[in-house]
Each structure stands twice: as structure tokens, then as C-alpha cells.
Design a protein around this ligand. Structure first.
Ligand code: NAD
Ligand code: UFG
Length: 348
């Protein structure tokens, strides 16, 4: 089976490409490399070979050449996207491509609406033209309203997004629901990710934010590597066990495996279904920091500062729908997440 990954050179897409290759799928990646380096192409192949060698899973190839093709281009370019569907016999699509920085989306709303929604509309039209109607979309826990009770399940209130990035995810979910309602042949899964962290155990692929990171784990990594002086812990007066914010961190390899599970689900379901990918376990900022120092035996300097605008105290998933429908649950714990995040940082 041949799977097209838009944004497949990015953080989550690259790990999913490795899981697919080592599970015997053929993979086609399309990326404009706006937030990825082309060197990741080779590293995806090396990481997949590492995984196959170490875990004995056999690819459906009789030699060392893994079935992956890379296209350099923009998903908003309909002629380009159409040419990929003409050249490749795609069975299903995982749509990762998009811009994802919350703060930047407030500064550049038009770029976010244009890229995220524009790429989805072009993709849907090309898929329809080629009669390919199986799609997994990278949604986010950010679509849930801030005033929900925890844990968040798929029936929790959505909307009231606080930034254009969140609205793009919310609007794309609405678009996909509409498409699936109008044409019953579509099978769509809206995967709502919680907080992906970590890296591939080979140390070959991982998270590479441009400039100073916004997210906690890449920031901790840079402080530990002495590329940044200290971590600012945004508030210690939240109603949590140690006063710092609590999130549902999920290892990116677990997340990638969730996509493989969702692909099977596409074949036993119709319509558009939202499914959380989280662990159900919340950890505070200080939990993350302490685990990182202990497991990796490194020091992470920090200072408690004011709360960050827009942050909430606690966010974590009810992951039971993924377990029931996808037959998937996260397997890796906090130690794996902090070890692998650091493993990538020291190796690259
Ligand atoms: P990423 O930036 O590492 O990957 C996205 C990839 O898409 C990049 O390689 C980028 O170059 C590419 N891209 C962007 N616009 C494109 C376009 N128009 N055409 C072709 N390629 C394009 O991000 P990620 O962390 O891997 O996230 C993947 C998806 O998951 C995104 O849609 C993101 O919004 C969503 N998501 C991420 C998180 C997270 O915390 N990482 C959480 C929830 C949801
Ligand atoms: N934090 C710090 N210092 C930092 C960075 C973060 O203390 O330098 C804290 C935050 O206040 C929060 C926690 O660490 O309590 C996690 O923050 P992140 O920025 O890593 O993640 P968020 O939960 O704020 O947001 C992430 C993604 C969003 C996505 C959301 C839900 O950035 O795109 O998860 O999936 F929408």
C-alpha cells in the first residue's frame, strides 16, 4: 500500500515515514522544506534501516532499497499535486503539511490561513479528482475550548480558539466533516495530537525548530546543551501539584504508530472521525525538567517567570477512543521521551 505524506519531512511526518517503511508500506513524501532540511530525506531512510535491522521487521523489498520517493514542492500548487497523483498510485494520504507556531500565527494570520487551509483545499480537490478518499489529518488538542473539564474526550467542547493557528485546525476539521457528510465514500480521521516530544531512538531524526524554540522540550534541550542560558518556567502559581503547567506529553514514535493504526481504521470506517492521540497522563513543567536532568545526567538551569499569555493550567487527554477504535495506545513513558529528545540533540 502506498501512502502520501504531505509535510513528511517534518518532525511528526519523518517519524511516521520511518514507522510506515518498517511496517512494509510504500511512502511518498511531499514537502516544501519551509520547516525542514533536505538532509532529513536520507536520515529517514537511515533511521528506517536502523529500525528494521534492530527490531527485525522486514520491509516488502528484496534488497536494501526502501520504497520511498521525495517530492520538493508546495501542497498549494494544484498542478504539482496533480502530477504526483498521476505518477504514483496513492492509496491514502496523511496530511501533516502546515505552519504550526502559535505566536507566529498571531503575527502572520494570513500566512497561516493561506498555508494551512489553502493546502488542505488543494489536496482535497486533487484527491477527489483521482478518486482517493482516505485521509488522516493532523489536528491538535488546541481545537478544544479552554473551559473544558479534564480529561478532554472527543465530545469536549471545541472552538473559542485563542489564535489563528488554532482556528485553522478548527476550520479544517469543519471542512473535512462537510466533505465526509456530502460524499459517504470518504473515510477521514482527524487525529488530535496532544504534546509530541522525543525523537527516534536511532538519534537520526528529531525536532528541529527554527530559531529560539517556543515549546518546552526543545527549549530544555538547548539549555542543557548550553545553547541557551536558562529555561523560563512560565508561572508556578497554577492550581497544580507544584504550581507549574501540566500537559499530556506523548513520545513522537508512539504518535507515529498511532498513524499506522489509523490507516487500518480508514478501511473499516466511513465519515470523518475525531480521535485524540495522547497518553492520558499529565506531567508538570518541573516533572519534565527533573526527569530530563535525572535520566540524562545533565543540568538544566531555570528561573520561575510570569505566566505566558494564553496558557492554561492543565491539559490532558482521555485516550480511550483511540484504544477502542484504533487498537492503539501509547507505550513509552517520560524516561523514554527525555532520553530520546536528548539523544537526538547530542548526536546531531
Ligand atoms: P513540522 O513543521 O516539523 O512539519 C510540517 C512540515 O510541513 C514541514 O516539513 C514543512 O516544511 C512542511 N510544509 C509546511 N507547509 C507546506 C506546504 N504548503 N507545502 C508542503 N510542505 C509544507 O511540524 P510537525 O510538528 O511535524 O507537525 C505536523 C503537523 O501536526 C502540523 O500540521 C501541525 O500543525 C500538527 N500538530 C503538531 C503539533 C506539535 O506540537 N508538533 C501538535 C498538534 C498538531
Ligand atoms: N513552558 C515553559 N517554558 C517554556 C516553554 C513552555 O514553562 O519555555 C510551559 C508552558 O507554560 C506549558 C508547558 O510548558 O505549561 C508546555 O508548553 P508548550 O509550549 O511546549 O506546549 P503547549 O501545551 O503550550 O502547546 C502545544 C503546541 C500547540 C498545540 C498544543 C496542544 O505548541 O501547537 O500543544 O496540542 F496546540
Amino acid at each position: 500500500m502506498k501512502i502520501l505524506l504531505t509535510g513528511g519531512a517534518g518532525f511528526i511526518g519523518s517519524h511516521t515515514a520511518v514507522e510506515l517503511l518498517s511496517s512494509g508500506f510504500e511512502v511518498v513524501v511531499v514537502d516544501n522544506y519551509s520547516n525542514a532540511d533536505v538532509s532529513v530525506n536520507d536520515r529517514i531512510i537511515q533511521a528506517a534501516k536502523w529500525q528494521i535491522k534492530n527490531f527485525g521487521e522486514k520491509p516488502k523489498t528484496d534488497n536494501d532499497v526502501l520504497p520511498i520517493t521525495f517530492y520538493y514542492g508546495d501542497c498549494r500548487d494544484g498542478v504539482f499535486m496533480d502530477s504526483i497523483f498521476r505518477e504514483q498510485e496513492i492509496d491514502a494520504v496523511i496530511h501533516f503539511a502546515g505552519l504550526k507556531a502559535v505566536g507566529e500565527s498571531v503575527e502572520k494570520p494570513l500566512e497561516y490561513y493561506d498555508n494551512n487551509i489553502g493546502s488542505t483545499l488543494v489536496l482535497l480537490n486533487v484527491m477527489k479528482d483521482h478518486n482517493i478518499k482516505k485521509l488522516i489529518f493532523s489536528s491538535s488538542a488546541t481545537v478544544y475550548s479552554a473551559d473544558n473539564q479534564m480529561p478532554l474526550d472527543e465530545n469536549s467542547q471545541t472552538g473559542n480558539c485563542t489564535n489563528p493557528y488554532g482556528w485553522t485546525k478548527y476550520m479544517i476539521e469543519q471542512i473535512l466533516q462537510g466533505v465526509a457528510t456530502a460524499d459517504k465514500e470518504w473515510s477521514i480521521v482527524l487525529l488530535r495530537y496532544f504534546n509530541p516530544v522525543g525523537a527516534h531512538a536511532s538519534g537520526l531524526i528529531g525536532e528541529e525548530p527554527n530559531g529560539i524554540p517556543n515549546n518546552l522540550m526543545p527549549y530544555i534541550c538547548r539549555v542543557a546543551a548550553k545553547k541557551l542560558p536558562k529555561l523560563n518556567v512560565f508561572g508556578n502559581d497554577y492550581p497544580t501539584k507544584d504550581g507549574t503547567g501540566v500537559r499530556d506529553y506523548i513520545h513522537v514514535v508512539d504518535l507515529a504508530k498511532g498513524h499506522v493504526a489509523a490507516l487500518s481504521y480508514l478501511y473499516r470506517h466511513n465519515g470523518a472521525e475525531a480521535i485524540n492521540l495522547g497518553t492520558g497522563q499529565g506531567y508538570s513543567v518541573l516533572d519534565m525538567l527533573n526527569a530530563f536532568e535525572k535520566v540524562n545526567n545533565v543540568k538544566v538551569s531555570y528561573e520561575i517567570t510570569a505566566r505566558r499569555a494564553g496558557d492554561v493550567a492543565v491539559v490532558y487527554a482521555n485516550p480511550s477512543k483511540a484504544k477502542k477504535e484504533l487498537l492503539w495506545e501509547a507505550e513509552m513513558g517520560l524516561e523514554d521521551m527525555v532520553r530520546d529528545a536528548w539523544g537526538y540533540m547530542v548526536k546531531k
